[in-house]
Design a protein around this ligand. Sequence first.
Ligand code: UDP
Ligand code: MG
Length: 339
Amino acid sequence: MRVELSVVVPMFNEEAVLPLFVDRLRPVLDRIGATYEVVAVDDGSSDLTAATLQRFKRNWPQLRVLRLRTNSGHQAAISAGLVEARGDWMVTIDADLQDPPEVIAEMLEVGRRDRVDVIYGVRTDRSTDTAFKRGTAKLFYTTMRRISGVDAPVDAGDFRMMSRATVDAVNALPAHGRVIRLAVPTLGFPSASVGYRRDERAAGSSKYPLAKMLRLTADSITGFSQAPLRFATWFGLGGFVLAFAMLILAVIRKLEGDAVSGWPSTVVIVAGFAGLQLLCLGILGEYVGRIHMSLQGRPTYYIAYDSLNDELGGPPVGPDPAGESLPSNRPTTRPSAGL
Ligand code: UDP
Ligand code: MG
């Protein structure tokens, strides 16, 4: 069966919101006028997400369940879904109903009508997000636009529809530190956008703690910009000029016979430059770390189970139905899993 639309949904401990999500998503898709599949990517949930998905699957044949072995993160979960999804069009959407499923129909319409490759869901109203979330998000998008030159639509999260060609291009990119919301605009494919009002999370709590947000920011900056490296260079250069000026000043003072100058200024300068050097080393480390991770080529996720394999009768990717369990870290052999 040809699948015209795949809906990729990353889920991490979303048992609370899952029934609400299914209730709202299914009627939209059943009416959309395209053959579809929903690829629910269970990102190593420790609650009842997996069991709940299986329960829904019994009455919803288009629901496909993909389970990752461990919690691999939002971006890796989306990546896994995009590799496995079979649709001509693919849309990625959060499970918490902050992105309204009804917009998917509009996106598909725009995509077909305007013949574009990417349809961004752009939040026209974020008043339901906390002030902290809005502030940090604004800082993120404006900084990224400025330092990377990536023309990422401000306030476009990971709610977007993509053509098969776009997804193939994304899948071919290095998997490590992938930030899909920046990688897609970088491709520069023809695009359109659809505005929507971002709702409050329907149930459960955010799965994006500060640490994960910082990780995404570090990946975004180091993955798409060399500005920090240049910043280190400029600071180093500035420091050198300053030191040279001070040297001249010291010589002048010495000539004037005013040789005893206070040591606090010396200490401050030494400490200041030591700090700056460490900062620059840290920046360098971030980039070297990325190279290191990429060279190792470790998959960013491991697939434990794919319900499609049961249906097609293919070799099991996950726990063997015969009871023989696979080694716990068996990597997926799928194409994008490596670099
Ligand atoms: N998510 C995931 N893995 C993670 C964290 C989040 O798959 O490690 C999913 C989560 O289930 C949700 C989406 O990513 O569907 C966005 O997360 P969330 O709504 O918690 O983020 P927020 O809206 O608070 O930024
Ligand atoms: Mg959310």
